[in-house]
Design a protein around this ligand. Structure first.
Ligand code: NVA
Length: 314
């Protein structure tokens, strides 16, 4: 059966470990893995802005011996000019995998239903699972392992990064604390889903409203923009509501002395994170950005090994 990577928990805990181990070996020797199985064109479709995702997938696919094919979502008019299902059928005949950045999670699910090839979520409103693989790889590099560590995510806990931290962190055996004001907390269903995953791995997910309490004793402190792509019209309200959750040096001082600071970028210094924190000694953001490439090569390789080349599945 063709596998997809649409949400963090599309991998089991054991598979997540396997992908991260592969990412480590690909980082150590970028050309060591066997190249992508079968046809090697990978389509990347962007309906939202991108820098790291396009750059890291393009470089990574090339390193795997593949051909990165960028499709401009606006020109293609997916869901407007033609249906998601028809786009899926077309791209599935040209590419061995489809990487898609879009808004609704239901759209990547529909693409996966009709493409006949693996589909990778390169960010939706609900999840950013490729970023989390890169983040877990970065944590392994800096902390040796993930299990048992406490990770605190500050700010907009209802966004893709908050959700992905809950699921991927719990799968990796971590204690994930989301610290958000009222109206910005993750859905209870997402917290429950994390704890269900954590029942197997020792991981947990919880909402800790107070930012000082949430950061206290943390091994990892994470934040993300307060104005995710698509939320621009709410910018002023969001900046005001989320201001008490800014990651300042003072707040970070409550975490463990060797805590690392993570941010998926783009970052807004002086808003969700102070310049002295993101540019300071505890920040590992450039490692995270680089690790997108290694982690994504690993997930593409994993999926290529689990792809059954078939006609369309509908
Ligand atoms: N939450 C952010 C992540 C950017 C990589 C957004 O969706 O814009």
């Amino acid at each position: 059966m063709t596998r997809h990577f649409l949400a963090d928990d599309d991998l089991s805990a054991a598979e997540q470990k396997q992908v991260l181990a592969l990412a480590q070996s690909l980082k150590a020797d970028p050309y060591v893995a066997k190249p992508l199985e079968g046809p090697r064109t990978v389509a990347m479709v962007f309906d939202k802005p991108t820098l790291r995702t396009q750059a890291s997938f393009s470089a990574g696919i090339a390193e795997l011996g593949g051909n990165p094919m960028v499709v401009d979502g606006k020109l293609a008019g997916i869901g407007v000019r033609e249906s998601v299902a028809d786009v899926a059928r077309v791209l599935g005949r040209q590419a061995s995998q489809i990487v898609w950045r879009t808004d609704a999670q239901a759209k990547v699910e529909e693409m996966a239903q009709y493409a006949g090839v693996p589909v990778v979520n390169a960010l939706t409103d609900d999840f950013h699972p490729c970023q989390l693989l890169a983040d877990l790889l970065t944590i392994i590099e800096h902390k040796g392992a993930t299990a048992g560590l406490t990770a605190t995510f500050l700010g907009d806990g209802a966004c893709n990064m908050g959700n992905s931290w809950l699921l991927a962190g719990a799968l990796a055996g971590m204690h994930v604390r989301i610290s958000s004001p009222e109206g910005y907390e993750p859905a209870q269903e997402m917290v429950d889903r994390a704890n269900k995953l954590g029942a197997e791995t020792g991981g947990t997910g919880q909402l800790v409203r107070d930012p000082q309490a949430a950061v206290a004793g943390a091994d990892i402190v994470i934040t993300d923009t307060w104005v995710s792509m698509g939320k621009e019209a709410e910018a002023a309200e969001r900046l005001a509501d989320l201001a008490p959750y800014a990651l300042t040096a003072e707040l970070l001082a409550g975490a463990k002395p060797d805590a690392i600071v993570m941010h998926c970028l783009p970052a807004y210094r002086g808003k969700e994170i102070a310049a002295e924190v993101i540019d300071g000694p505890q920040s590992v953001i450039w490692d995270e950005a680089e690790n997108r490439r290694h982690a994504q090569k690993a997930i593409l390789t994993f999926l290529s090994e689990h792809a059954t080349p078939t006609a369309e599945q509908d």
